[in-house]
Design a protein around this ligand. Structure first.
Ligand code: AMP
Length: 368
């Protein structure tokens, strides 16, 4: 991976593939023009490497000339095409073959066709090393194509991102922002909330704790809070429908997130399936489920202590705590197999100091 200005790019087209594409174009032009002496009108700056290698590969007499237009600024075309270097008289009456590094929207080609419509040439052909069929408006036929590529921003082999990257021997593509979506899994008291704070800060993620959202709503006396309260007071799970809708809202309210930590969700198979469906509609997925493991007796001790410090009523009564464990064993534990079958489950020892457990989690996330 390389960095140009503020963006990262990853290898996309190798030197060998570029070489093969040039040989292909050269052979096709040579077959059509072996009895002629075409003039390769190279579109600067991007096509200079292509022109050079094509000339070297071309087996018959040929000439070269240059034209300079400008349409790209940054990552997307501005649509403004300026003529910076005019074509000379040398093209008059000649077989002209335009050499383009890449044909994208077709604006540059349109301008070139316009320029050449005022010049008497014998023939006018277009050759492009790379061609984006999804982006091209298709107005003019492209006579020689080296390689079709998807609609990605590329650099290297003459092509630039704000003038950098032209010297690269191979072609790189823009690395899309990669999300990390984590499920933090474990019984009440396993340390999900504590560890979520670290993961959130370290990986710049949005932390969604369904328990926190419910408590916030209860505190503010919202409709959702009133609905959830009776279940929470008993240590029962809030019905799936309510919880799933709430979670979908939380995700939808964070469209620019680098990723999410789901803490306390999903707690049932239905919730896990709903989460997968929701993420799939956004071209997202869960990358890992981190299961914090600890024995019940240790957890009860932790929760009772937390109950005293936080005033959380569901943490103060051992009966309610044990009921939450029962809910977990019955409804949530089956999710371990759900994520295991997707090869996403990572068990992490939840006993130790906060820092020790943090390290264990980090070593898992860093390998994703
Ligand atoms: P927590 O803070 O994660 O321990 O959650 C406290 C309580 O909120 C639970 O005992 C449930 O009553 C309710 N709750 C939190 N998350 C969920 C969920 N995903 N599904 C159903 N109920 C939940």
């Amino acid at each position: 991976m390389i960095k140009l200005h503020d963006k990262y790019f990853q290898p996309f087209i190798s030197e060998e593939e570029i070489e093969a594409a040039i040989q292909k174009i050269s052979a096709a032009i040579a077959a059509d023009y072996k009895d002629d002496c075409p003039i390769f009108v190279t579109v600067l700056n991007g096509a200079f490497m292509f022109a050079s290698d094509l000339m070297k590969a071309y087996p018959h007499p040929c000439q070269i000339s240059f034209v300079k237009l400008s349409s790209y600024k940054g990552l997307s075309s501005t649509g403004i095409v300026k003529s910076l270097l005019e074509v000379g008289e040398e093209v008059n009456g000649r077989s002209v073959i335009i050499l383009e590094d890449i044909i994208d929207t077709g604006r540059t080609i349109k301008e070139l066709v316009h320029i050449f419509s005022n010049i008497e040439v014998k023939e006018f052909k277009i050759a492009s090393l790379f061609y984006k069929p999804e982006a091209y408006d298709g107005e003019y036929p492209i006579d020689y194509i080296g390689m079709e590529i998807p609609n990605k921003f590329i650099v290297g082999y003459g092509l630039d991102y704000d003038e950098l990257g032209r010297n690269l021997k191979e072609v790189y593509q823009l690395k899309e922002k990669e999300m990390i979506n984590l499920v933090l899994f474990g019984k009440p008291g396993a340390g999900k909330g504590t560890q979520a704070e670290f993961l959130k800060a370290h990986y710049n993620l949005v932390h969604i704790s369904t328990g926190d959202v419910f408590r916030y709503n209860i505190k503010n006396g919202t409709e959702l809070g009133n609905l959830a309260k009776s279940y929470m007071d008993q240590g029962d799970l809030v019905p799936d429908e309510v919880t799933i809708n709430m979670l979908a809202n939380e995700v939808n309210n964070n469209p620019d997130a680098n990723g999410f930590i789901f803490d306390g969700f999903p707690r049932t198979i239905a919730q896990a399936e709903a989460l997968d469906d929701l993420l799939a509609t956004k071209d997202m997925a869960i990358h890992a489920t981190l299961a914090l493991e600890a024995e019940d007796d240790i957890l009860v001790e932790r929760l009772l202590k937390r109950g005293l410090e936080s005033g959380r009523t569901d943490d103060q009564d051992e009966g309610k705590i044990r009921n939450r464990f029962n809910e977990y064993n019955e409804k949530t534990a089956p999710l371990l197999d759900f994520y295991k079958n997707q090869s996403k489950l990572h068990s992490v020892n939840g006993i130790g100091t906060i820092e020790e457990i943090t390290k264990r989690l980090q070593s898992v996330v860093d390998t994703l």
